[in-house]
Design a protein around this ligand. Structure first.
Ligand code: URA
Length: 275
């Protein structure tokens, strides 16, 4: 047994560092500057496109929605726009080798749930449990998402549709890279077009930034409606973040209540927290 003063081993240190980086990422930090002094000739430039102002939506003067990006779908993979069901889309994707994640996966994690769902949840990418089972959100974070859906919203997991931006697990759960997002994103867009949910919940920094093409911290985006392919999207914190920061569950519950109100669902009187 190690004494209280013995230094932590390398694996423990790495685990804590990974948790800390993940937490910073959830809070919106994208990376650390290499140097506080700009390189000679460097020009400060934001990569985020300019956002349109929030506009009120037609059916409720109280709700506002920020228009989202238009993500091109058709020319990337000819024939994708002809898929007319989720099964056809899954067949179209096939044993995908369109990006460098293909050799790392056990199973491609397409999505589960009601193909006509009113509500869709979009996460980041499969983790180890999801990769092993071929189903999104089945690990610890997935259990929390299931609790939000079932105990919080009073729905069943099979009432909603659940998927990720990226369909294959990045090695060591690293962040998906831009070329991987670009390769996989058309499939998410087609899933959205086919399910046509009334609302989408974007789970966590990565998914929301990848979808909306902005870098605004999730803590600022959450609680406000955005628009994606003509559908309203509510960003909120990722369930994995909530496992480390249970105090923020109340914020996610507030976001979920907004979604429930929009869908015309009864809000439980003594809510306050889904889990
Ligand atoms: N985290 C995600 O973003 N998606 C999953 O499917 C599991 C964990």
């Amino acid at each position: 047994m190690s004494s209280p003063s013995s230094p932590p081993d390398r694996a423990t240190l790495l685990e804590s560092l990974r948790d800390y980086v993940e937490q910073l990422r959830e809070e919106g930090l994208e990376g650390l500057p290499a140097s506080t002094t700009p390189a000679p000739g460097a020009i400060a430039k934001s990569t985020a496109p300019e956002r349109a102002p929030r506009v009120p939506i037609a059916d409720s003067p109280k709700l506002e929605v920020t228009p989202g990006p238009s993500i091109e779908l058709i020319s990337k993979y000819p024939g994708l726009e002809k898929t007319s069901t989720l099964e056809e889309l899954r067949d179209f994707i096939g044993e995908c080798t369109r990006c460098k994640l293909a050799p790392c996966r056990t199973n491609l994690v397409f999505g589960v749930g009601n193909p006509n769902a009113q509500l869709m949840f979009v996460g980041e990418a499969p983790g180890a449990d999801e990769d092993a089972r071929g189903e999104p959100f089945v690990g610890r974070a997935g259990q929390l998402l299931t609790d939000i859906i079932e105990r919080g919203m009073g729905l069943s997991r099979s009432d909603v549709y659940i998927c990720n931006v990226i369909k294959c697990r990045p090695p060591d759960n690293r962040n998906p890279e831009p070329d991987e997002v670009a390769a996989c994103e058309p499939f998410l867009m087609r899933q959205i077009d086919l399910v046509q949910p009334r609302a989408i919940v974007g789970l966590g920094t990565f998914a929301v930034h990848a979808i909306l093409k902005i870098k605004t911290p999730i803590s600022k985006l959450r609680g406000h409606w955005h628009e994606l392919r003509g559908i309203r999207m509510m960003p909120t914190f990722h369930p994995a973040y909530l496992l480390r920061n249970p105090g923020d569950k109340r914020l996610v519950w507030a976001d979920i209540q907004e979604v429930m109100k929009f869908l015309g669902m009864p809000i439980p009187r003594r809510g306050g927290s889904a889990t």
